[in-house]
Design a protein around this ligand. Structure first.
Ligand SMILES: *Cc1c(COP(=O)(O)O)cnc(C)c1O
Length: 347
């Protein structure tokens, strides 16, 4: 069952909305086995969004945005993307017989995300410049031509993405104390906060979490308070200099009593490796940013050890093997037999 079927009454879905479903959502909330214990945190969970059909949380919002665009009569979808939005949009366009046009910043996209958009049948344009420039360009085209703009300023994306907050409350029985996630264009932190507030208003949650956002140091406009002209970070999904949902992110932070802070690429890659090697959860670099921030907050004594914390792992590690491989030992090349192998392995 996809998010529209599961949370229909909380979504802008009517009798005229076409059915779209790729069994997105309902991702596991995996209790930490080792990192929580090492940090002295009793209740640490990972919301494993990499298990969505195209490997990231983008599918939650895209399914609703596509259903609404089809309902409005649109048959051409367009987006600017750092990778995962395009993979998701292309998949749902393929499934519903619509045309997909994707504009990505040239040379800035993880190979596997690009291969997804191409395989799902999108027309992909690699535009010279940053993501922010690609986004301005598609926004201009969407104002002039009959195409549906599927970036996260599309309010239906936020509606779909808020279902992850519902799932966390449904799984835990109430809202946790902290929800930590990476912040790029800031649609997701906006969506989670909306979801928690809605569940709280209907009484399904008795409290609200503090929202904690992580940006990368080289792409931290919300932390510094100024747009970044040339954002730089290994975490391509949050390599964004001028977030579309800036206001949503600062509201989520301020209303919830949370924080948005920056971590370095070194901290991100080391958190990514530790997560994979000690929890069995392989997430892409952007997803490791909030975990890197958690390490720092615990070190600084800012997280109560009895609190319940959910770290959102936004995308699968398989999305960007090049980034991951930078931080591990390469395979051992060997020409030999069982004896030499045993020796090399010090068995
Ligand atoms: C899109 C994305 C982000 C950033 O989410 P925003 O809503 O743009 O803040 C983080 N991680 C992954 C894996 C993503 O695909």
């Amino acid at each position: 069952m996809g998010v529209i079927a599961r949370y229909r009454e909380h979504l802008p879905i009517g009798p005229a909305t076409p059915e779209v479903d790729l069994s997105e959502g309902s991702t596991p909330l995996v209790p930490s086995r080792n990192i929580g214990r090492a940090l002295g945190l009793k209740h640490l969970y990972f919301k494993y969004e990499g298990l969505n059909p195209t490997g990231s949380f983008k599918d939650r919002g895209m399914v609703v945005a596509v259903a609404k665009a089809l309902e409005a009569g649109s048959r051409v979808f367009m987006c600017a993307s750092t990778g995962n939005t395009s993979a998701s949009m292309a998949a749902y366009a393929g499934r519903t017989g619509a045309r997909a046009i994707v504009v990505v910043p040239s040379g800035e996209i993880a190979l596997n995300k690009l291969s997804q958009a191409l395989m799902y049948g999108a027309k992909v344009v690699a535009l010279k410049g940053t993501f922010d420039f690609a986004f301005e360009t598609v926004r201009e085209l969407a104002g002039r031509y009959p195409v549906a703009l599927m970036n996260s300023i599309n309010p239906h994306r936020i509606e779909g993405q808020k279902t992850a907050a519902f799932e966390i409350v449904d799984a835990l029985g109430d809202a946790p104390d902290y929800v930590m996630l990476p912040v790029g264009n800031a649609g997701n932190i906006t969506a989670y906060w909306k979801g928690f507030k809605e569940y709280h208003a209907t009484g399904r949650a008795t409290r609200l979490p503090r929202m904690v956002g992580a940006q990368a140091e080289g792409a931290a406009p919300i932390v510094t308070g100024t747009p970044v002209a040339n954002p730089k970070t290994v975490a391509s999904a949050i390599r964004i200099g001028n977030p579309a949902s800036w206001e949503g992110a600062t509201s989520a932070r301020d209303e919830s009593g949370g924080i948005i802070a920056a971590v370095t690429d070194t901290e991100i890659l080391s958190a990514q490796t530790r997560l994979a090697a000690s929890e069995g959860l392989f997430a892409e670099p952007a997803s490791a940013a909030p975990l890197a921030l958690l390490f720092r907050l615990v070190r600084d004594g800012k997280i109560d050890k009895d609190s319940a914390t959910v770290v959102v792992l936004t995308g699968s590690g398989l999305k960007d093997p090049d980034a991951a491989l930078k931080n591990v030992e390469p395979p051992i090349e060997l020409d030999g037999d069982a004896r030499t192998l045993a020796k090399v392995l010090k068995l």
